[in-house]
Design a binder for this molecule. Sequence first.
Ligand code: G6P
Length: 316
Amino acid sequence: MVDRPNKPTALVKTPGLPPQPQVTISQDNTRVTASLHTGESIEVLLYGATVLSWKDCAGDEKLWLSETAKLDGSKPVRGGIPIVFPLFGPPNASHAATSSLPQHGFARNVRWEFLGKSTSEGSSSNVKLDFGLSSEGIDEATRSLWPYSFGLLYSVTLDRESLNTTLVITNDGNEPFEIQTLFHTYFRVQDIASVQVGGLEDASYTDRVGGTKTEAGTSSPLTIAGETDRVYQLTKDSKKAIVISDGGEPRFNIFRDNLDQAVVWNPWDAKSAAMADFSPKDGFKRMICVEAGSVQGWQKLDKGDAFEGAQTIFLP
Ligand SMILES: O=P(O)(O)OC[C@H]1O[C@H](O)[C@H](O)[C@@H](O)[C@@H]1O
């Protein structure tokens, strides 16, 4: 059974004080917000099931969201964590089944259903919000572009010091299909000039700036000094974090589960100037996308198969 929103569950009893709600959830027609009693919070837009905001206990925002991002369902959100599915990047004639879809697929362009919340047994400090999308939940025009019977279950779990996003994709029909997927996370940073991305050392990557070329890994952490768009080929070792440091301090430790690539993207000045929904125009100095995904080749799902991929971002 699904809890109704707006009703805090799990009460903590502190001697001498009235019971305190552990988790507060509220929902309107467009979004769901959840806060822990310790102050951490998340906000998820039903359009695209896009995480728009993740704040720590001090109320500091961890995600970057463009000031001109469209939140009205007219286009994918520029910022937060849009979900890429079932195709990463621009459509390509070489993969006929997804060749008619928009860039990064359709999951970020459609309204999802809020399925409800849960908290861990005995835990005083987390909340999981579940969202669903299926072939029945998309419009006829989109379904005609990708006519498969699928189910997506997306869970966003807020803990005191981490945020987990888990996507389970199922093939609910008779026809096999092939997918790519990715969490397009926009991290907020203080100053891109002092950002380093560690944990990608020695990984080969596809550089997508100015044509596509494959490069061997380098021994030092990645720094960003211009337009950057790389797809790193990582090992299956989910214990190795990708670490985003800012001003010499580690800020985010990203762990992957069953996602073997990571895209690093910063549009820099010219590309961000060309995006109407990217603002302020120098906002590229305060964001970096590090996107865990499965985007090299395709994951094939036969009838009844499921694919599960997740990322957990820890605040050091
Ligand atoms: O503008 P969008 O469709 O949201 O894509 C934004 C970016 O997403 C990924 O990071 C890709 O690697 C980039 O090539 C792309 O420009």
